[in-house]
Unconditional design. Structure first.
Length: 154
């Protein structure tokens, strides 16, 4: 599989997961979610779509970077990535779909552990090319990413 196909596959996997989670979430934002008590610093409802879209795109880029590396920790990192992806979807169903805030709180703690493990293993796999959320959001870095993997020419 060439790099372009791997990138498209990573995007597909992450956005299928996002879609499965959104089945539980989408209808609940304007209905049930508006009725629960939220902190004053809670973001506005319209912000969830763009933020989650960006989040899943960044996760797809992370998966692609793991797939295209030959490090000995690659398999473990990818497996942990998949676990945190499933936990992301599960949280949406537990919180929004089933309205189980108690179980969602426990699940999100487990999700954070999986995210931290994903970050640790991703760093072990890709020390030289690993970058944080702040740098990938920089458009110059984003354009360099596409040139680095020759995705702009294919």
């Amino acid at each position: 599989m060439n790099k372009f196909t791997k990138f498209i596959s990573a995007v597909g996997i992450c956005f299928v997961a996002a879609g499965v989670g959104s089945i539980a979430t989408f209808s609940q934002i304007p209905t049930w979610y508006t009725t629960i008590v939220k902190p004053t610093w809670n973001p506005p409802n319209w912000l969830f779509g763009p933020v989650w879209t960006l989040l899943y795109l960044l996760m797809a880029i992370s998966l692609f970077l793991l797939w295209t590396n030959k490090n000995k920790f690659k398999t473990s990192a990818v497996n942990i990535f998949y676990i945190q992806l499933v936990l992301n979807v599960a949280w949406s169903w537990i919180f929004f779909g089933w309205h189980r805030l108690d179980i969602a709180l426990i699940e999100i703690v487990v999700l954070w552990v999986a995210i931290i493990k994903t970050i640790i293993y991703s760093y072990k796999v890709n020390k030289n090319r690993w970058f944080g959320f702040d740098t990938i959001c920089d458009m110059g870095q984003f354009r360099r990413f596409f040139k680095l993997y020759h995705l702009d020419a294919q």
